[in-house]
Design a protein around this ligand. Structure first.
Ligand SMILES: [Zn+2]
Length: 266
């Protein structure tokens, strides 16, 4: 198969490879490589149409987050299963033929595992930062256990003509959950990937009974098992007509406005 490399950049220690949809070669057995569909910049511009299916995303990884076509909810990929949390809080199994404009996955293999208790989400971020101090490392973070006082949210599916993402997030739905057993699925992305991904921490939650979930705004951990998987390489698949842009150059105020309520994405 022809390898069609559009862009291949080294940002500090992080290697970013951007390729077109056709001829994309990403070896899912390759460890420590995250696989991304689309870019945050394109999403912010209202490009909610992707050309990569969830089935293809799953062939590149078994753990990840994102959204689905036309921002049809919050995507959670856990143990190879794909779920989407709709804005009415319903959770559905995602059809593998459904496309996505924005998602990131990895083949999760824990590099480090610890037990944590009685901490909140910001303390989880500090804990991971202490374990993986190199800011150029992408870290996949899985937290499985008992949670309290979760604030979750999801977005409404959009119709064409698509608005800017900053308009969409103004009327998203938020809800609180007092107690839930389940898993936080998320990543820490280096600041210098801003524009491609959301810099900093970004988590989605799904309960063990698959009845509660969403984009995490905040939570407390009662007790949980935390597992980390670091990547030094990011493969980005770009939808037709979408460029990689300049990684690290991004409108951070706009990203913060979109992520407001998480932890400021700083
Ligand atoms: Zn999210």
């Amino acid at each position: 198969m022809a390898r069609d490399i559009i862009d291949d950049r080294l940002l500090g220690a992080l290697h970013i490879k951007a390729l077109t949809h056709q001829g994309f070669i990403h070896d899912p057995s390759q460890e420590h490589t995250a696989f991304q569909v689309g870019t945050l910049d394109a999403l912010m511009e209202g490009r909610f149409d992707g050309d990569t299916t969830i089935g293809e995303v799953l062939s590149h990884g078994d753990f990840g987050i994102g959204t689905v076509q036309h921002l049809g909810g919050e995507l959670i990929i856990l143990d190879g299963d794909a779920f989407v949390v709709k804005s009415d809080q319903q959770i559905i199994n995602v059809e593998h033929t459904l496309q996505t404009p924005f998602a990131v996955v990895c083949r999760f293999g824990a590099d480090a595992e610890h037990e944590i208790a009685d901490i909140d989400d910001t303390e989880i971020y500090a804990y991971v930062d202490a374990l993986v101090p190199d800011p150029m490392t992408i870290v996949a973070v899985k937290v499985h256990g008992s949670f309290r006082d979760l604030l979750l949210r999801s977005i409404d599916e959009q119709q064409e003509p698509f608005p800017l993402l900053s308009e969409v997030v103004k009327d998203q739905s938020e809800w609180s959950v007092r107690r839930a057993h389940g898993t936080l699925v998320g990543f820490r992305f280096p600041d210098r990937t801003a524009g491609i991904e959301i810099p900093g921490y970004h988590f989605h939650f799904i309960s063990s009974d698959r009845k509660v979930g969403g984009h995490l705004v905040r939570c407390g951990v009662v007790e949980a098992h935390i597992a980390l998987d670091s990547s030094e390489e990011l493969h980005v698949e770009l939808p037709l007509g979408v460029g990689l842009g300049t990684p690290g150059v991004a409108d951070r105020a706009a990203i913060r406005a979109i992520e407001r309520g998480t932890h400021g994405a700083t």
